[in-house]
Design a protein around this ligand. Structure first.
Ligand SMILES: NC(=O)c1ccc[n+]([C@@H]2O[C@H](COP(=O)([O-])OP(=O)(O)OC[C@H]3O[C@@H](n4cnc5c(N)ncnc54)[C@H](O)[C@@H]3O)[C@@H](O)[C@H]2O)c1
Length: 352
């Protein structure tokens, strides 16, 4: 691993850097010039990392763990804490944790005084390559997951690869699904790195970890630079997600997001082959590369339930189902309202 950090710039209305490297927790302060008070939001398991964030007027704010923190009652407690500490427009929030923490802390930063700065310090692979980059924030409500939120780009994203060492292995592997996804849609070199050493790809100590993380971030950064609010190319990052979201819902969110996306990618590959022009070998490559790192590629749920959920997916427009498909490796596009028989046949290929 080279000692120098890599900086990937996200452009657009409010540009910021995603910094990737080793031993980077000290970089957070530099991104928050002028803040007199900084709230560091973290789940209990990451208190030791939050304590290493050396910033002026630090206020450590612990939240419940994981998805339980993405709740309006938790956001309200954080707003109260900011109010009690006298947070002003020039003060800031730092999120130390996985995607749940960056989503919650980002939402609190987006709404406090109608928007204060937030710096994300993602501590999971999914957080680094996906959740912390791109400015989407959200909490869950009784109506559903991630339905309440705001676009609020961070002031910086600090990806210290050292912190991945303590991740539960299955969570780490689930995060790989998003990297493999952008390998198919945008950067096939990612697939080659995984195929070169699948066992290495499964661990943060693998020889290609840094390049895998940087390449996946570079794709996301380029896409959101052009399309922050998902009016164009950003929608293509939903490759594999239409069925993936339906599986997550059917499993009441007890399946990991990356595991559900992995099955969704195999489904989308088959749809790309039958309803589009994807060649057989590239379609088969989905199952091979995902299996090689231990991600699931089959699911045994009932099609009618999944199909009903897909019609109300928040990415749908009106009643028309929209899928992302590949025409060829590295070239994705939208497919609207495909034939129902084609969908059923594609699902048969991933049914356990
Ligand atoms: N905003 C976006 O664009 C976006 C994109 C993708 C996902 N998300 C959101 O991200 C969330 C999922 O994120 P996640 O998979 O990172 O899960 P998570 O944030 O729930 O973290 C998973 C678990 O790992 C623990 N953990 C985190 N880092 C650790 C570390 N370094 N060592 C040991 N334990 C650690 C956490 O405490 C938690 O228990 C979902 O809520 C999803 O909606 C958002």
């Amino acid at each position: 691993m080279t000692a120098e950090p890599t900086r990937i710039t996200v452009t657009g209305p409010t540009p910021y850097d995603v910094v990737v490297g080793s031993g980077l927790l000290g970089e957070v302060g530099a991104a928050l010039q002028g803040a007199a008070r900084v709230a560091v939001v973290h789940p209990p398991a990451l208190a030791h990392l939050a304590a290493q964030i050396d910033v002026p007027g630090r206020l450590l704010l612990e939240t419940p763990d994981g998805e339980a923190s993405k709740d309006l009652s938790v956001a309200a407690q954080l707003w109260d804490a900011l109010g009690a500490a006298g947070f002003t427009r020039t003060d800031a929030v730092v999120a130390v944790g996985g995607g749940a923490t960056t989503d919650l802390a980002g939402f609190v930063a987006a709404t406090w005084l109608r928007g204060v700065r937030v710096v994300h310090v993602p501590t999971t692979l999914l957080g680094m390559v996906d959740a912390a980059v791109g400015g989407k924030t959200a909490v869950n409500t009784t109506a559903g997951k991630n339905l309440v939120g705001a676009f609020h780009p961070p002031a910086a994203v600090i990806c210290d690869l050292d912190v991945l060492a303590t991740m539960p292995p299955d969570d780490y592997v689930a995060g790989l699904a998003e990297s493999i996804k952008v390998g198919f849609t945008h950067d096939p070199r990612i697939l080659e790195l995984v195929e070169d050493d699948p066992a290495g790809a499964r661990t943060p100590k693998g020889p290609h970890t840094r390049e895998l993380v940087e390449r996946a971030i570079a794709v996301k950064a380029a896409v959101v630079s052009d399309d922050l609010t998902e009016q164009g190319g950003r929608e293509l990052l939903n490759y594999g997600h239409t069925l993936g979201h339906a599986i997550e819902k059917a499993e009441r969110y007890r399946w990991r997001h990356g595991d559900a996306v992995s099955v969704g990618l195999c489904f989308a590959a088959e749809l790309s082959r039958t309803a589009g022009s994807l060649d057989d070998a590239t379609a088969a490559r989905h199952r091979d590369v995902l299996t090689s790192v231990g991600l699931p590629t089959t699911y045994d749920g009932a099609w009618p339930d999944l199909r009903a959920t897909m019609s109300v997916d928040k990415k749908s427009r009106g009643n028309r189902l929209r899928f992302v498909v590949l025409d060829r490796l590295g070239s994705a596009r939208l497919l609207e309202a495909p034939d129902e028989q084609v969908l059923v046949a594609a699902y048969e290929t991933v049914r356990a």
